[in-house]
Design a protein around this ligand. Structure first.
Ligand code: BTN
Length: 322
C-alpha cells in the first residue's frame, strides 16, 4: 500500500483523535516530510484533516470522502483482497466492469465511482449519479462452475445490499421486487445485473452486479422524473467507504453464484410488496391485483382483479397504495 493509504488507515482508525506526525513517520518507517506530503495530497482529494501544532493530524468525524485509500482500508479490514478500481468520475461502473471482464479482468474485481456521467438503470433507463452523495459500484463475478439458478443473482444482490446497509448504517431496508431497496417509503438503491455470454460454452461467462445507493441529498436536487419516488439513506454513523466495502464483501460471499435456500426466505421477509395492491403489465396490457408473495425462483405472484394467479418473471410494478 502507498504512504497515503497507510496514513488514511491510521487516521481512520483514530477518527476524531489527533495522531502525531512523528508517530505516523515512525510507524510507517518514512520521514516526517513524506508524511506531510501525503497529508497535502489527501487534503487536495478533499479529506477533512486538521493539523494542530504539537498534537498532530486528525481526520474529522464528519469526513466522508469516497477514495481508493479509504476503500482499500475498509476492504482489507474485512479480509477482501480482490482488485479495486476506484474512479472519481466515470461513465458507468457497469460499463467499466464489462470492459475489464472482456480484457480478462480478475473475478471479484470491484469498480467504485464517486460520480457517473452515464449511469445505467433497468429497462433502458438512466440512473442519476451525482458526485459526493452516493455510491456507484459494480462487482465482476466470473464463476468457474455452472450457475444453477441465474435468476437468484438478482435476488441475492438485493439481499446482500440490504444486509450491508443494515450492518453499516444500522437501519432496516425493504426490497421492492425485483431489486429496488426502499427506506421510509422511498427508493434509496437500484441494482442492475448484467452478464456476458461465452461464445464457446453458450452459457454465462461473467456477471456484473451494479449497485447505486443514494446516501445523502435533498429532494429538491433530484431530477423531476424521480423526485416523488427517490430518497436517501441519510448521514451519520457510517462512511461511504465502509458501506461500499461491506456491499462488496456481501456480494463476494456467494461470488460463485450458488446461493443457499435462506436467501429467498430473507428476500420474502424484506419484500414490501406482499399483501399490497399493485398495477403491472400482463401480455403488454396494464392490469391490477394483489401481491400474494414471491415464488422459490424469485417471481412475483399476483392475484389479478379478474381472479387469475399471475407469476411475473421480470418487469416493473407500481404500488397503488403504500
Ligand atoms: C435501477 O434502479 O434501474 C438500477 C440502477 C443501477 C445503478 C447502478 S450504479 C452502479 C452501476 N453502474 C451503472 O451504470 N448502473 C449500476
Amino acid at each position: 500500500m502507498s504512504i497515503k493509504s497507510d496514513i488514511i488507515n491510521a487516521l481512520e482508525n483514530n477518527r476524531g483523535k489527533p495522531v502525531s506526525g512523528q508517530q505516523l513517520a515512525d510507524e510507517l518507517g518514512v520521514s516526517r516530510a513524506a508524511v506531510w506530503k501525503a497529508i497535502q495530497a489527501l487534503l487536495q482529494e478533499g479529506y477533512n484533516i486538521s493539523a494542530t501544532r504539537c498534537k498532530g493530524y486528525m481526520l474529522d468525524e464528519s469526513s466522508d470522502i469516497l477514495s481508493e485509500a479509504g476503500l482499500l482500508t475498509c476492504l482489507r479490514s474485512r479480509g477482501i483482497n480482490t482488485p479495486l478500481v476506484f474512479l472519481s468520475e466515470t461513465d458507468s461502473t457497469n460499463i467499466q466492469a464489462k470492459r475489464i471482464a472482456l480484457e480478462g479482468g480478475q473475478h471479484g474485481t470491484a469498480v467504485v465511482a464517486n460520480k457517473q456521467t452515464a449511469g445505467r438503470g433497468r429497462l433502458g433507463r438512466s440512473f442519476y449519479s451525482p458526485a459526493d452523495t452516493g455510491i456507484y459500484l459494480s462487482v465482476l463475478l466470473s464463476p468457474k462452475g455452472a450457475i444453477p439458478k441465474p435468476q437468484m443473482i438478482t435476488v441475492y444482490a438485493a439481499v446482500a445490499t440490504a444486509r450491508a446497509i443494515e450492518k453499516v448504517c444500522g437501519i432496516s431496508v425493504g426490497i421492492k421486487w425485483v431489486n429496488d431497496l426502499y427506506f421510509n417509503k422511498k427508493k434509496i438503491c437500484g441494482i442492475l445485473t448484467e452478464a456476458t455470454l461465452s461464445m464457446e460454452g453458450g452459457g454465462i461467462d461473467n456477471v456484473i452486479v451494479g449497485i447505486g445507493i443514494n446516501c445523502t441529498g435533498s429532494e429538491e436536487e433530484l431530477p423531476d422524473e424521480i423526485r416523488s419516488k427517490a430518497g436517501f439513506l441519510g448521514k451519520g454513523g457510517y462512511t461511504r467507504n465502509e458501506l461500499a466495502a461491506e456491499v462488496v464483501a456481501q456480494i463476494l460471499k456467494y461470488g460463485d453464484c450458488v446461493f443457499p435456500d435462506d436467501v429467498i426466505e430473507e428476500y420474502r421477509k424484506r419484500s414490501i410488496l406482499t399483501g399490497k395492491r399493485i398495477t403491472y403489465t400482463k401480455n403488454g396490457s396494464p392490469d391490477t391485483g394483489c401481491v400474494l408473495g414471491i415464488s422459490d425462483s424469485g417471481c412475483l405472484i399476483v392475484r389479478s382483479d379478474s381472479g387469475d394467479t399471475d407469476e411475473l418473471f421480470s418487469g416493473e410494478v407500481s404500488i397503488t397504495q403504500f
